[in-house]
Design a protein around this ligand. Sequence first.
Ligand SMILES: NC(=O)c1ccc[n+]([C@@H]2O[C@H](COP(=O)([O-])OP(=O)(O)OC[C@H]3O[C@@H](n4cnc5c(N)ncnc54)[C@H](OP(=O)(O)O)[C@@H]3O)[C@@H](O)[C@H]2O)c1
Length: 327
Amino acid sequence: MATRLIFNLPPTNQTTYKYFATCDPPSSLTSNPILLRSFRFHKNHSQLSVNTARRRRRPSSSLQTQDVQDNPNPGKLVLVVGATGGVGQLVVASLLSRNIRSRLLIRDLEKGRALFGEQYDKDLDVVVGDTRNPEDLNPAMFKDVSHVICCTGTTAFPSKRWDGENTPEKVDWEGVRNFVSSLPTTVKRLVHVSSVGVTKCNSLLWSIMNLFGVLKYKKMGEDFVINAGIPFTIIRPGRLTDGPYTSYDLNTLLKATAGVRRAVIIGQGDKLQGETSRHVVAEACIQALDIECTRGQIYEINSIEGEGPENDVDKWVNLFKDAATNK
Ligand SMILES: NC(=O)c1ccc[n+]([C@@H]2O[C@H](COP(=O)([O-])OP(=O)(O)OC[C@H]3O[C@@H](n4cnc5c(N)ncnc54)[C@H](OP(=O)(O)O)[C@@H]3O)[C@@H](O)[C@H]2O)c1
């Protein structure tokens, strides 16, 4: 796809920059209007909002009409924090396929553009901020947000992703504290992705995983979520499989699956410890936004071989309800 970016910069004493991007559609889309996006960068708040100038209901390219559901709740706006991550990308793609509005809180605009930029022609709101910096998290970012999925994280052990002190302490504790503190009290559900083992960080094996504090800081993040006064659901996956997909477009993401391991086990009481597909985590997060019995609950989640609930709401309701029996 050929892409032209036209940068329209105002005088430097103004704080708003406008970027206009035009993308020539692939030949399969020549019947569609040319995608035109306007990007408004609010310099004062390190924030970028991306709005499509042409508002269309359908995601573009190879996404088939039958893949896209009618929007069940037009007033719903889901803030996805950590949208460029493995789980986050799948959440964004899945919300898009459901025709549910989302706003993406990301750190790196170029990374976001590479992952999502020219993949669809539906409205996409992007706000740029680092959860470690409270000053990045201004109230305008959260305007109209009704639901939140937080799937930020970093590596458990020192890696390049810790550059600039992006450590578990900063991301899983301070970052979570900062952004949850910034949320409006009108948010109807905050779904927060944590990890199995957070209550056992001092016991053998888990203490190895916790050598640099990841489980301790994730538990501190959880506790902050629990006490924030916002209806919450905490999802604790085991070791993640499938993805992250670093060079996939949204259509490809939607077609990726958990292979033969699509069945789901949900437990409570931090007893589960197996593997979990990122696809399953993303779907669990989206389902938990609306399933009332998940309010105020903490779930561990694993993937095993077998048929899964896919996106069947009734099956997810039963899985969440039965979780107590897997304590
Ligand atoms: N990996 C596992 O086996 C495992 C097991 C249990 C639980 N978990 C947890 O499951 C969740 C999802 O995992 P994943 O592998 O999908 O995550 P991931 O690919 O590592 O993505 C993490 C996301 O968090 C964002 N992020 C990191 N630091 C940030 C900051 N300071 N401010 C704002 N955003 C920041 C990243 O942005 P950038 O793209 O800019 O870096 C990225 O979008 C995480 O909480 C993870 O800890 C993982």
